[in-house]
Design a protein around this ligand. Structure first.
Ligand SMILES: Nc1ncnc2c1ncn2[C@@H]1O[C@H](COP(=O)(O)OP(=O)(O)OP(=O)(O)O)[C@@H](O)[C@H]1O
Ligand SMILES: [Mg+2]
Length: 223
């Protein structure tokens, strides 16, 4: 093994609704190297988002092991999990998940302020990352005054602001037109070239080609 960033062993996830149990992840064995850009593909309902939520610590698996950056996630306390998420992971979602009343600048700076950056540091860093995603001149816009593609770029800036060890993205281009989608992928490519580890779920084979490697999910396992 070279420099592992994410490894899962026999990862399972079941959902219980009354006495009905649905097993969505059926023993996922997966390995991602530091610095890789990986696309997770598969049919709708294959369990891609469910897998992403487990390995990005947004959800807790039913059984199995996850090791991220040499840390056994199942050994962490709830507080340690929260800190791990805040400090080491970045998220981009299909629907951007921006706070509607905050400007681009404030949306990006807020998580930094929550992590203890000073106001000066947080805003300075927000400018850097907003510029990196091509949003010079849009610092003061609230989300409603931005296009979908611009909103997604704000969310990417927010995800990158604290230099996450891993960037997770669940269908980041699903709500975007082709031009905006290609711009998002171009940004991913650029940050990957600088060493960013990226795990992206996508439906689009065309977009998955941007990644170094495709992980194919079928029926709750990785093929
Ligand atoms: N919280 C939940 N409770 C019950 N079932 C769930 C829950 N979350 C997901 N599922 C089920 O797990 C299966 C996989 O869902 P998941 O969202 O991971 O699929 P996906 O591969 O991301 O699909 P899509 O491409 O449509 O986003 C689906 O059958 C879904 O109904
Ligand atoms: Mg999904």
């Amino acid at each position: 093994m070279k420099d592992s960033i994410i490894t899962t062993k026999n990862l399972t996830k079941s959902f219980t609704d009354g006495d009905k149990v649905t097993t969505v992840l059926k023993g996922v064995e997966m390995h991602i190297e530091r610095g890789e850009f990986v696309a997770i593909m598969g049919r709708s309902g294959a369990g891609k988002s469910t897998l992403l939520y487990q390995i990005s610590l947004l959800d807790t698996p039913t059984s199995g092991e996850i090791v991220i950056d040499n840390i056994n996630i199942q050994d962490l306390s709830e507080d340690e999990r929260i800190n791990f998420r805040l400090n080491k992971l970045g998220y981009v979602f299909q629907d951007y998940a921006l706070l509607p009343d905050l400007t681009s600048m404030e949306n990006v700076a807020l998580p930094l302020l929550m992590q203890g950056y000073t106001k000066d540091e947080a805003y300075k860093r927000a400018v850097e990352v907003l510029d990196q995603v091509g949003l010079q001149g849009k610092y003061g816009n609230i989300p409603a005054k931005l296009s979908g593609g611009q909103q997604q770029r704000v969310s990417i800036a927010r995800a990158l602001a604290h230099n996450p060890t891993i960037l997770f993205a669940d269908e980041p281009t699903a709500n975007l037109d082709t031009e905006s989608s290609l711009l998002v992928l171009k940004i991913f490519k650029e940050i990957h070239a600088k060493g960013q580890t990226i795990v992206m779920v996508t439906h689009e084979a065309e977009y998955a080609k941007t990644a170094d490697r495709v992980i194919e999910m079928k029926d709750g396992v990785v093929e």
